[in-house]
Design a protein around this ligand. Structure first.
Ligand SMILES: O=c1[nH]c(=O)c2[nH]c(=O)[nH]c2[nH]1
Length: 284
């Protein structure tokens, strides 16, 4: 054979699981349901070389078993947040299979919110998607990363972009008043796995949003940096945070051909191409 097996990793992706909790209200006989839905990626590394090189499957935990493990852990544990569920699944694999050296569990949540006051009807219109990744290497403490995707935010003033490089291909004019819109993704890394994940999640999101509103933005880059610093200030257990803030352009529509003035009122919304802006801020 011309090559050797340098790296291998396998598991099951997009294992979708939902869970209903049916606590009975003390005061009434009505059940007030709670509903959570997660999509889970399982990846295992370890002593599986022979399956690749010799067709020897004896060490393989079937990906079907990986899928079933997600359902089993969902049955045996309450699903309080993506972080604690990812930890429980990762710990299950590490405790059950001594030849697994590293387990990575990535979870993303679809948030179902109670519809009106119904005890059992929900809607999932909310855009923010909580995420978590837990990695356990044998002999090391779990490494927990929490985050979210698809947080749509915009400000219709208090944003400008000026004094940037002039060059052969610059056409964009300086502006002191524009729309700033983004679909934010965040990942924050914990310094330990014993943090209060649910409380910290609320604090991080609230700090990010508050900072977004409270200043004149000179660029997406500056706003991203200020938001990330606010998140670190809000949560002592967070070691670093990565924010990705694509600039979803709202460009002033040129209505001059129709004899119409456009006083920062009507915009062309473009999905593509978009500005890509990302940074990681690490606690000093
Ligand atoms: O906040 C911004 N940062 C950029 O780097 C950039 N580039 C651009 O065309 N518009 C913007 N806006």
């Amino acid at each position: 054979m011309a090559g050797y097996l340098k790296h291998q990793c396998y598991g099951k992706h997009n294992v979708r699981v939902s869970k209903v909790r049916r606590p009975r209200q003390a005061a009434s006989k009505e059940e007030q349901h709670e509903f959570v839905e997660l999509s889970v990626n399982v990846e295992l590394e370890g002593d599986f070389d022979a399956a690749y090189t010799d067709g020897d499957n004896r060490s393989i935990v079937a990906t079907d078993t990986c899928k079933n493990t997600v359902y089993g852990v969902a049955k045996n544990h309450s699903i309080d947040c993506p972080e604690s569920f990812a930890l429980a699944v990762a710990q299950h694999f590490m405790e059950s299979y001594a030849h697994v050296s590293r387990c990575r569990i990535a979870v993303s949540e679809r948030v179902w919110k109670r519809l009106l006051d119904s005890p059992h009807c929900f809607s999932a219109l909310d855009s923010l998607k909580p995420t978590a990744v837990v990695i356990i290497e044998r002999g090391s403490a779990p490494q927990v990363t929490a985050g979210f995707e698809q947080l749509m935010i915009a400000k219709t003033t208090e944003s400008g972009f000026s004094d940037f490089q002039s060059g052969e291909f610059r056409s964009l004019a300086d502006t002191e008043d524009r729309i700033l819109a983004s679909e934010v993704s965040a990942d924050w890394v914990y310094s330990n796995a014993k943090a209060d994940f649910s409380k910290d999640r609320q604090s991080v999101v609230s700090a990010l949003l508050t900072r977004f509103t409270d200043h004149f933005s000179r660029s997406v880059q500056e706003t991203l940096y200020l938001m990330a610093q606010a998140a670190l200030d809000a949560c002592a257990d967070v070691q670093s945070i990565t924010l990705s803030m694509p600039n979803k352009h709202h460009l002033l529509a040129d209505l001059s051909a129709f004899g119409l003035e456009n006083e920062n009122e009507v915009f062309c919304v473009t999905d593509e191409p978009f500005g890509y802006i990302e940074a990681t801020i690490e606690r000093e």
